[in-house]
Design a binder for this molecule. Structure first.
Ligand SMILES: *Cc1c(COP(=O)(O)O)cnc(C)c1O
Length: 361
């Protein structure tokens, strides 16, 4: 059979996706381990039943009520005109490249980082560039300055806390990067995990920095990964640019209404964050006690390593019903924080395998 007339850069590519083995303990995609509380389930169900009658009509193209609800959640004097929601923060960042990057332009990130960034670049025909992080996964600002001056990127995307390392950017690093990127480009800070951090957020800089875009999601701390809702916070001008590239009626009535209903319960939905943070900190203490290396995390996962035999540890855990994540960082594995019971099982099985394989020596 003749091969399809695909774009050359898509030939042989596989769709993105973590393995979704149905094992008992799944600690591989940084989900919140708890389902939404009963009151939220009720509220979403009622709201969807109310709007089902209007599904013959297209949704609100401008997503006005949901943008107001998100602005209210974000606070800091940010208005609905500065908020742009889409189907997950992945779609938001894809739209950002669609608006600001594209053919003849480049984006820059700092590796290791989220594996989807090069995919957005490929799909929008943007040149993908990346500078290596240091051994502690920090960004070398001098090297960043040189790379940006040599060939100014249209978009710079930095995850904070970073995935898969869990390491955050400081306020002064965001300020320095913005100085380097603006006004020729746009600086995107991907705060998918910010709610698990110490409260530092680039949202506090939105009013001062007009080329700054902060991207957030309901997929992680809110525990609503299945809802598919992420949003950008930026100047109203940046939001207007995203409105140009979005597909018509990109956010369904059901998504908009379910998200509005959920945001009325943001305190209840975010309640488990404190437990996850406690469990993460306990895991890091345990790793130190075991003499196992790891990166200091501000997210709901911990990067463990480098370990000898990390591949063997990964499959050993999977055989014992515990799925974690392999990473492109040599010898490093990433584990999401689950329920206390799941974390206990992880520590027991991981500890046994590591000591048996002598991987920590
Ligand atoms: C999980 C994750 C997201 C969230 O994606 P959604 O499309 O909002 O589910 C964004 N950025 C990073 C770095 C992530 O790990």
């Amino acid at each position: 059979m003749e091969s399809l007339p695909l774009r050359a850069e898509l030939l042989g590519e596989e769709p993105y996706g973590a393995p979704t083995d149905r094992v008992p303990v799944r600690l591989n995609v940084n989900e919140n381990p708890y389902p939404p509380p009963e009151a939220v389930v009720q509220a979403i169900g009622e709201r969807l039943a109310e709007v089902a009658i209007s599904l013959n009509r297209y949704p609100d193209r401008e997503v006005k009520r949901l943008r107001s609800a998100l602005a209210n959640y974000v606070g800091r004097g940010i208005t609905a005109s500065q908020i742009w929601p889409a189907n997950g923060s992945n779609e938001v960042m894809h739209q950002l490249l669609g608006a600001f990057a594209g053919p003849g332009r480049s984006m820059l990130t700092f590796s290791p980082s989220y594996s989807m960034y090069p995919v957005y670049a490929r799909d929008t025909m943007t040149v993908f560039r990346s500078e290596e992080r240091g051994s502690d996964f920090s960004i070398n600002l001098d090297a960043a300055a040189a790379a940006i001056a040599a060939d100014p990127p249209a978009v710079v995307i930095v995850a904070s806390p970073n995935n898969p390392t869990g390491t955050p950017l400081s306020r002064s690093e965001v300020l320095s990067l913005h100085d380097l990127v603006a006004p020729a480009g746009v600086l995107v800070i991907d705060e998918a995990y910010a709610e698990f951090g110490d409260g530092t957020s680039a949202l506090d800089l939105i009013e001062d920095l007009d080329r700054l875009v902060v991207v957030r999601t309901l997929s992680k701390a809110f525990g609503l990964a299945g809802l598919r809702l992420g949003y950008a916070v930026a100047s109203a001008d940046v939001v207007d640019a995203l409105r140009i590239v979005r597909l018509p009626y990109h956010l369904s009535t059901t998504t908009q209404e379910a998200a509005i209903a959920a945001l009325e319960f943001s305190d209840d939905l975010l309640a488990p964050v404190a437990e996850v943070v406690r469990e993460r900190d306990q895991l890091m203490v345990w790793l130190s006690e075991q003499g196992i290396p790891f990166a200091q995390s501000q997210a709901n996962y911990v990067l463990i390593g480098p370990l000898a035999n990390s591949a063997e540890i990964f499959t050993g855990l999977r055989d014992r019903g515990v799925l974690i994540r392999e990473t492109p960082i040599p010898g490093c594995l990433r584990v999401s924080i689950g329920t206390p019971a799941e974390n206990e099982i992880f520590r027991k099985e991981f500890g046994e395998i590591v000591h048996r394989t002598g991987a920590d020596s």
